[in-house]
Design a binder for this molecule. Structure first.
Ligand code: PLP
Length: 422
């Protein structure tokens, strides 16, 4: 559920009319709902009520510091995958002991930054990374708390670009080698093993692959404990999917997910961490865009928007579906029209939807892409020299720009001419 609803024929974000935001900031833009972000976090927090736990928001899905502040105030920790994300979490006021550091290629500089600034744990993904972290920690006179990310070799049954839990993927340590690598970890004086980490992919729409992975984690926990390791924390990753298409069956709820975790892992007495991204941020955001032209082609009509693939790349990158709805609610009984909905970028891949049925549109009309909060703004670029679009946060009847649209001058000023071309 979210807080983007029609009221008296106009689309609202909480108590703010989308058209009012468009008038204030121009199009295209992203808008996020505070109430939706908070509610989604709370669903996970409640679902894990059976154990000591921390819900660490996977901030790669949406990393604006205002959004992070909302979630941190609600009690969330953060899952970060780079030094930049670590510093954003800190800038949002998240304490180090609520930040977990994931990612397959942490550099020594990033490790140093996190060890000096405070970190809950590193999720280590390989032996070379483990050895490097040990050296960095010892050079600082510190001990780095770690889990090892285990690749459980299960099929997440999701889009190939976001499946991470099969042995052919680059992520984690093969489960068949786990005992050996934990034994090595125990010999390294700069590290303290605290648990096990697993993350099998994103946009999972069934619980079965999670359950298969977590059953392997349960078994491994017993084996490692018998080997003498202290396994007190299980980080179960993120990946629960959202309903991008309203007409499809809804994926499992956080409460179902929590009940399954309790069933498969509850008996171990471990602290539980999860790292949801998309399910917290996805349906908490819209991208709003304006129709520039309605163009009639040979056999189809095109809706040409001012938003493009550089602003929201998911359709081009993952063949993703986004519901696209008019900001003015169509009158009851309006016959839909059918359009290919596209942006102005010079690539055929700049197509948001093909043969999509929506209410008939005119130039100047506003449309909203639903479920655009996750992997939207964070993946935007300035391709075609289109400045990054602004982000807006709504809270009740208030709204604020939380990242402004750069001017053309600001965009161009980031380039510089070498002396010899002056
Ligand atoms: C991407 C990622 C997540 C979040 O995935 P969602 O599908 O957005 O929930 C969590 N943990 C790790 C390690 C990730 O790489």
């Amino acid at each position: 559920m979210d807080h983007f609803l029609y009221r008296n024929g106009a689309l609202y974000a909480e108590d703010v009319a989308i058209a009012d935001i468009a008038a204030a900031v121009g199009t295209p833009f992203y808008v996020y709902s505070t109430a939706t972000l908070t509610r989604h976090f709370q669903l996970f927090d409640e679902a894990l009520g059976f154990a000591d736990h921390l819900v660490c928001f996977a901030m790669k899905s949406l990393s604006n510091i205002a959004v992070l502040r909302v979630l941190a105030q609600a009690g969330a920790g953060m899952d970060v995958v780079s030094g930049g994300e670590y510093l954003r979490a800190k800038a949002a006021g998240v304490p180090g002991d609520r930040i977990v550091f994931s990612g397959v290629g942490k550099t020594a500089d990033e490790m140093r930054m996190a060890l000096q600034g405070g970190i809950r744990q590193f999720n280590v993904e390989s032996e070379p990374e483990m050895v490097a972290l040990d050296a960095v920690a010892r050079s600082l006179g510190k001990i780095a708390p770690i889990t090892l990310r285990i690749n459980p070799d299960v099929d997440a049954k999701t889009h190939a670009k976001i499946a991470t839990g099969k042995s052919e993927n680059k992520f984690g340590i093969p489960i068949s080698r786990a005992r050996e690598v934990y034994a090595l970890a125990a010999t390294l004086k700069g590290l303290k093993v605290v648990g096990i980490d697993v993350h099998i992919g994103s946009q999972l729409t069934e619980l079965a692959p999670f359950e298969a992975a977590y059953a392997k984690v349960a078994e491994l926990t017993e084996v490692l404990r018998a080997d003498g390791h202290q396994i007190t924390r299980l980080d179960l990753g993120g990946g629960l999917g959202i309903p991008y298409e309203r007409s499809n069956a809804a994926p499992p709820l956080p409460s179902d997910y929590g009940a399954m975790i309790e069933r498969t892992l509850g008996h171990l007495g471990c602290e539980i961490e999860i790292e949801p991204g998309r399910l917290i941020s996805g349906n908490a955001g819209l991208m709003v865009s304006q129709v520039i032209y309605v163009k009639s082609g040979e056999d189809r009509d095109f809706l040409i928007l001012d938003g493009a693939m550089n602003d929201l790349i998911r359709p081009a990158m993952y063949d993703a579906w986004h519901d696209i709805i008019p900001v003015v609610e169509p009158a009851p009984g309006t016959e839909p029209a059918r359009y290919d909905i596209v942006g102005p970028v010079c690539e055929s891949g700049d197509t948001f939807a093909k043969a999509r049925e929506v209410a008939p549109m005119q130039p100047g009309d506003l449309v909203a892409f639903r479920s655009a909060g996750a992997y939207g703004a964070v993946m935007a670029s300035e391709y075609n020299s289109r400045p990054l679009i602004p982000e807006v946060l709504v809270h009740g009847d208030q709204f604020a720009v939380i990242r402004k649209r750069p001017s053309y001058e600001e965009m161009i000023a980031r380039d510089s001419l070498p002396e010899w071309l002056d």
